[in-house]
Design a protein around this ligand. Sequence first.
Ligand code: FAD
Ligand code: SF4
Length: 716
Amino acid sequence: MFRRNQTLSFRRCSRLISNFPQRVSRRIHATPSRRENAEPYDPRSVERVEDEVDVCIVGAGPAGLSAAIRIKQLEREKGKEVRVVVLEKGGEVGSHILSGCVLEPRALHELLGPPTTYADAYGSEAPLGQPATSSKMLLLTEKMAIPIPHPPQMNNHGNHIISLSQFTRWLATVAEEHYGVEIYPGFAGAGLLFSEEPDADDPWIGWEGQWGNSITKIGSANNAPTSSNKVKSVQGVITNDVGISKAGFQTSNFEPGMIFRSKVTLLAEGAHGSLSKIALSKYNLRKESEGPTYGFGLKEVWRIAPDDGSEGDGRYKPGEVVHTLGRPLDNSTYGGGWVYHMDKGLVSIGLVVGADWSNPYRSPYRDFQKMKHHPYLRKLLTPSSSPNTYTPSRIAYGARVLVEGGLQSVPLLHFPGGALIGDSAGFVNIAKIKGVHNSMKTGMMGGEGAFNALNSSEEDSTEESVKPANLSSYTEAFTKSWVYDDLHEVRNMRPAFNTRLGVFGGAMYSGVDSLLLKGRTPWTFRHTKSSDREKYMNATPSMDSRHTQKASRHKPIDYPAYEPPLSTDLLTSVSLTSTNHEEDQPEHLRVATLREYVREWYGDEANVLGEHAKGSDETESKTHEGLLHEKQKRRREHVQKNVEEYAGLLGRACPAGVYEYVEDETGTSPDGWNGKKLVINAQNCIHCKLCDVKVPTQDITWTVPEGGGGPKYTVT
Ligand SMILES: Cc1cc2nc3c(=O)[nH]c(=O)nc-3n(C[C@H](O)[C@H](O)[C@H](O)COP(=O)(O)OP(=O)(O)OC[C@H]3O[C@@H](n4cnc5c(N)ncnc54)[C@H](O)[C@@H]3O)c2cc1C
Ligand code: SF4
């Protein structure tokens, strides 16, 4: 695995095309001066070198790495050489990974065998942290923490409390050193490469009707037969160009991205992946399931005891897993907190807020800071009066959206030339608040599907035409797997909160379902009313954004003042993430709908997003000035709607202070409205994807920044 600022050698890539440079390097961060060339940047006119691979995996998280390892295991078993490349936008594997994290190790055991064998087999023990020893659920009232029964799904016997960031780093070492997977950190997938002509069958052939009725169990929205037209297949991934100035010109440091032309492309980007959104829309993969819904998780890691494993002054209870309900959230907001006692004197604490919160004045960051003022957490995180007390300190902060949609929101998994694995599709079991096991297992099944597809497409291809890989065997395998059973059992628990039962009734229903019914009911709750479902059938708009109500229906929330070091202002927390981005680059938070962004990047929008997503017929290319005016107009409209109707929601929702609606001092800014304008501090972005999910106008599209930019998580 290559690390930040290391030179990337492609000597191992035996099948590189001849004009590919022997050694290329990818700058990760700010370079002192980047002179602008006169050339406006147009991604469509950039010449890129190509590298041919068998399988290109986007994302080195649990799903992507499990897929890569599984393919290489099959390579050894079947004696067929397969070149597997994994692209990772973080400067190092794990640096963009954030999770709770209690690991259910079932998939890990299936992939690599029992952990006792790893030291011999792979040269090092897996960082499996602390075995979970006990689990409890607490209801936090204003002053008290009342124990309440927890659902059996939250039993953590046999699980491990880990740092997922550290675990994926170890898994990457195994993948690379033991199995020969090529992993390229600092290389972000910026675009999908499509075939020039339609060359594949619509992925819905053979699945239509069945997916909705028998798999996601929500009934088919559209029983019209699939068009028999051929569609274009995915033929690889385009990595991001670097060296573009903020104003949109190529600088003297311009380096074009590469094309990884692959027979199979696996999207393993985690929740709300930027390329996954395009694939979901292009192939209409949510046609028979519901739109995605998310939770928003904020996390801190604190040291509350010495790192020698001793229990310090008694408050550190290694292995204890605590979940909380109630404070700081009100009765109308879904969510809850956690306290996981890790190894080496550390605790992971966090709060998940359902991203469907309605009050635009809510600040999940302030909610999280307030949660630490509760006597239960205050006692844990502040020194006691005992002379032997240990002074706790906060060592990490971060945030990320997590998938909450469950079985109802699982899209069709394969598309011509590839598939969605892990949380790119969304397999979190929200009753357990766990997704790593399902991401790893779907990664493994996706890897098996990829290996089979490579073989069958080779058999079916001729000299003149190459048959795009068909990964429907992976989709089939999912329906028969334990991941399906895991999600099926709990499918009604989250949507119960959005029924007429309300949050309290939803909690009661969930309790009965988890203890007695165990999902064996003939009914399946939906996240949306069936009459509304048409609106959410492609990747956008997000269902969570639609739950946001206008500011006129709410009052500002009165949050308590910060009490450092227990609770701090936002920027103090963000500094713990060591986030960095090259400042002189276009904002990677585009004020554009997915359709507008795709038009700028790919040109022919309807072809890329699929005919069903076709909007305006405006496909002619624009001059640099024309585009600039369009961008200013979009910003102006964004400010108007978001300030006027939603009290500048993103200014409070973003966990890194990226969005500010500031006074337009001159009053003449072309992108301002009524004395206000939007400032995007993109260099602070910690890649949580909340803005893309939550903005009521659905006009923020998260895209990948220059390679390697973003947080540098180490223990999250
Ligand atoms: C707050 C929180 C708490 C959680 N708690 C738990 C828990 O206790 N137990 C549990 O089992 N699960 C938990 N989960 C869920 C779990 O973390 C996820 O299900 C799991 O990490 C998903 O794995 P993945 O590989 O699909 O995606 P991720 O872990 O998100 O990994 C995706 C990787 O892809 C990279 N990437 C994304 N886009 C691109 C691109 N375009 N180009 C290149 N690289 C890209 C990212 O940088 C990242 O490294 C939690 C999640 C959150 C957010
Ligand atoms: S800008 Fe968006 S993705 Fe970045 S930290 Fe803020 S909310 Fe998250």
